[in-house]
Design a protein around this ligand. Structure first.
Ligand SMILES: [Fe+2]
Length: 327
């Protein structure tokens, strides 16, 4: 997969979640696609597969996974990949995605998306495995930037450089979660604009947007509630940079009525159209300095761009040795 154009732009979709099965199947609302969590359907037969088959009668479905474990000590399991590929054959998913993360060790699966250290060794490990996954699945494969709540002293580059190196070396796609960029930028003192400018735009096959929860020292990627204004700003900046690309609303906690989710999808369409119109005029619809300043203010920092804001870099290793032991 060397060109993004080999992956179709499906439009705007939402995650397929159990509380909406009935409404979706009875009303068949005008959504462009659904994203499913692959692991929820990787068993033959049963109710989940029955519902999925009925959804597939009307909609395109894209597969997104949460337990590939691309970065852990053992790496992806061949049996998991076999079952993932079997499901992909049935759904006709145009690509398969998972996360830049590790999930456990020594046979223990932690059911969490743990961040990776941004090192040359991790780039080698993850890119080699990602290439194997893509070849095995015989489909375009993409990895998603996660939100994170810790960093590693061993990291030697910012996250966007890591994402770029892996996707280029493995020749895979990037699933860009702009809410995760916002969450990690707040949690680690990153500049979200610099982050967006640093990602490889031609590698992006899909965008995620979601709600988050501010709990004081941290912002948690809860996928709860509507998408907040600064995340829409980042979304439009991403579209202005990347162009038209499949966009998915993630809403997984306190799941609302279907109509609320459909309204959020409509909002995504209008944000996308606004960004594409600005892009066509060679302009921008976003005051990037205001986005940066607002995040700095929320963090209680001066509203200036600090070149030391590199994850695992000078900001976090200077003067914070004791409370940032690598985990
Ligand atoms: Fe996401």
């Amino acid at each position: 997969m060397t060109e993004r154009t080999t992956v179709p732009d499906l439009g705007v979709g939402v995650g397929l979640r159990v509380p909406h099965y009935r409404g979706v199947l009875e009303r068949r609302p005008p959504l462009d696609f659904f994203e499913i969590i692959s692991e929820n359907f990787m068993v033959p037969g049963g109710k989940p597969r029955h519902h999925l088959e009925r959804v597939l009668e009307t909609y395109r479905v894209v597969q997104h996974g949460v337990s590939l474990d691309i970065g852990g000590p053992q790496g992806p399991s061949p049996e998991y990949l076999r079952r993932l590929k079997a499901l992909a054959r049935e759904t006709g998913t145009p690509w398969v995605s998972d996360h830049f993360c590790w999930c456990g060790s020594s046979g223990v699966h932690l059911h969490d998306l743990l961040p990776l250290p941004y090192t040359e060794e991790a780039i080698r490990r993850v890119s080699e495995r990602a290439r194997v996954v893509q070849d095995t699945l015989e489909l375009p494969f993409a990895l998603e930037n996660t939100s994170s709540y810790l960093t590693y002293r061993s990291s030697s580059m910012p996250e966007w450089e890591f994402l770029t190196e892996v996707t280029e070396r493995a020749d895979i796609g990037l699933l860009l979660d702009v809410n995760n960029i916002y969450v990690s930028s707040y949690n680690h003192g990153l500049d979200p604009i610099q982050f967006l400018e640093g990602i490889p735009a031609h590698r992006v096959v899909q965008i995620h947007v979601a709600g988050h929860t501010h709990v004081g020292e941290y912002i948690i990627d809860t996928h709860r509630g509507p998408i907040l204004p600064p995340v829409w700003d980042l979304y439009r900046l991403a579209i202005e940079r990347i162009g038209s690309v499949s966009t998915l609303i993630e809403w997984d906690d306190a799941i609302p009525e279907l109509d609320v989710l459909l309204a959020e999808a409509d909002q995504a369409r209008s944000e996308r159209d606004r960004a594409l119109a600005a892009r066509a005029r060679g302009e921008t619809s976003v005051d990037a300095e205001a986005v940066r300043a607002a995040l700095c203010a929320l963090r209680g920092q001066p509203a200036v761009r600090d070149p030391g804001w590199l994850q695992g870099g000078p900001r976090e290793s200077a003067g914070k040795e004791s409370d940032h032991e690598a985990a």
